[in-house]
Write a protein of this length. Structure first.
Lengths: 331, 331
């Protein structure tokens, strides 16, 4: 979605058209998994339902399946599973970041407190694994379990590096590979594998997912730094507040003059609330924003290149367009 | 373990003797599952290793297996899985309760902060499901997933009832059935099922586990109210601090005179720190302590009764003794 366009729903509906019915099927499976007769828990499920948003991960899984041979019944279940894992991580992320807004709605921690938010995330993880183990084969459960481990490790490394202003670009990429790209790769992997694709196709779709995940996260971090809160619909400036370096800042500290470095470091170390805006102002027109955008675009191009050997299909076209979309939305 | 006896290790070693080698095997599987080359995460694993303590759940699973036909290789994996789920809940409980001490060691939230504690719990859950899905059949993964859902629901109901001083005994029992008894029942269920036991044996061991879980939790809540912190090795008085009613208080509010009720309610509503001690003093010699002990003993007796139809074996004897142990330790 380029700047100036309408926010994504109409365009996404077009992108998702090759798997629209399957996506609807997955959404119903997800809703069925979360039926509960306890009012409190039912209310919480209803509330986190608002966080689904773009359904990027289920759509990627289903489009990968379609592009790799065709959607089968297992894919409906798996698409619901990856969304449950994703939403569980969002709910816990909001606890970690003490965030108040998520997709234009109040966060669970804001409304129900940290305790219920921790438990809601646990409940969603448990539902993911419960639903996943309804399949005949263990392959998906094992892969989703491993992916959840990798995502947690990435997030722990990120938290551990709060306040580490010497974080390198390689370390940053390692962290986002784990915390974001791993799950996106797994979506594409599950789509291809359960479609009965050959190993080469599975490998290509995994490579697509991994590169797409990296492009997405770099673009998301850019939005957090210089995006518009009302437009994006969630609390922004969290990375700076938590003293987590992202790509433009890492680049700025690497290539800036001694004076520029000192000015940015002073702002990063300061505890004054408006430093997010000051940092954005400092860096907005620097080459560091352009650099981070270029790296995101490179991963996006690499994702699209991985699709080139797949047979042409509307699903493959949608995947290619999604790889463009993640780096052009609202930037 | 009666007051005045040595804390449990020697006695537990005797109880666990019928499955000692199997327990050791499970412990190694658990350690292997948690190998990680990231220092931070490795340190966290090492730290939570101290929380294993009594290994009650793995031991129950293995003893149930032994009593129901014999331990098989799947049981080693499953015993590690239930311990991982248990430790994940402990780490998150300490976040919910803002607790500082767990098994004479500092809690994860105390040492690394709430963020890392939330993620450590998530990581341990993920390892549980990852390890569980290494088995050939999906039965265990599905049951463990459902059990984790039930445990979370119980904990959420408990948190939602903080400050509800009209909680009934039936509601309290429903909460502890979910948050504690469900996992203990699942341990015995998995032990029996993977030993190839007939349905009647599975049913009896499930009933044993459920009753044992209830007895254990009622006794644990009694310890929290009137136990000795140095002896128990964790922060006590948390229930009162969180305004969570447990059985003796529910009974006291039900049978006490109007004056006694008012005095207890005033203490429960007060925000003065020492009210835990005052409540303990108020209730220590009342019939409400005796009542809660009697209910715990009834569940313990019911657990032992469920074992009576099983063929005699050292494993069955150990299970019976464990049902006694949980209501007599340090009370």
């Amino acid at each position: 979605m380029r700047a100036g366009g309408q926010p994504g729903t109409v365009r996404l509906a077009e992108l998702y058209a090759p798997v629209a019915e399957h996506l609807e099927h997955s959404r119903r499976l997800l809703a069925d998994e979360l039926i509960c007769d306890q009012t409190l828990i039912s209310d919480l499920y209803h509330h986190v339902g608002q966080f689904h948003g773009k359904l990027l991960r289920p759509a990627l899984l289903l489009l990968s399946a379609q592009a790799a041979g065709g959607v089968r019944p297992e894919h409906h279940t798996l698409a619901a599973v990856v969304e449950l894992v994703h939403i569980a991580t969002l709910v816990h992320d909001d606890v970690l970041d003490e965030a108040d807004i998520r997709r234009r709605a109040a966060t669970v921690n804001r409304l129900w407190g940290n305790g219920q938010a921790v438990l809601t995330g646990d409940l969603l993880y448990s539902h993911a694994f419960h639903l996943c183990s309804s399949l005949d084969s263990q392959f998906a459960a094992r892969l989703v379990g491993q992916t959840a481990i990798t995502v947690c490790e990435g997030e722990m490394m990120q938290v551990a590096n709060r306040g580490n202003f010497e974080l390198t670009e390689a370390e940053y990429l390692d962290i986002i590979s784990r915390k974001t790209a791993a799950l996106v790769e797994t979506c594409c992997h599950l789509g291809a594998r359960y479609a009965g694709a050959d190993e080469a196709t599975v490998r290509r779709l995994r490579a697509f997912g991994h590169a797409l995940g990296l492009a997405f996260q770099i673009a998301d971090d850019l939005l957090d730094l210089i995006g518009d809160e009302a437009e994006v619909g969630k609390s922004l400036g969290r990375d700076v507040l938590e003293r987590e370096l992202t790509l433009p800042l890492i680049h700025y500290l690497r290539v800036g003059s001694a004076g520029e470095r000192e000015r940015l470091l002073a702002l990063l170390r300061s505890s004054e609330p408006p430093r997010g805006r000051q940092i954005a102002a400092l860096i907005r027109d620097s080459e560091s924003i352009a650099y981070a955008k270029a790296v995101a675009h490179e991963y996006s191009a690499s994702a699209r290149a991985a699709l080139s050997e797949l047979p042409p299909s509307p699903a493959r076209d949608s995947l290619g367009t999604m790889a463009e979309f993640v780096v052009t939305r609202r930037l």
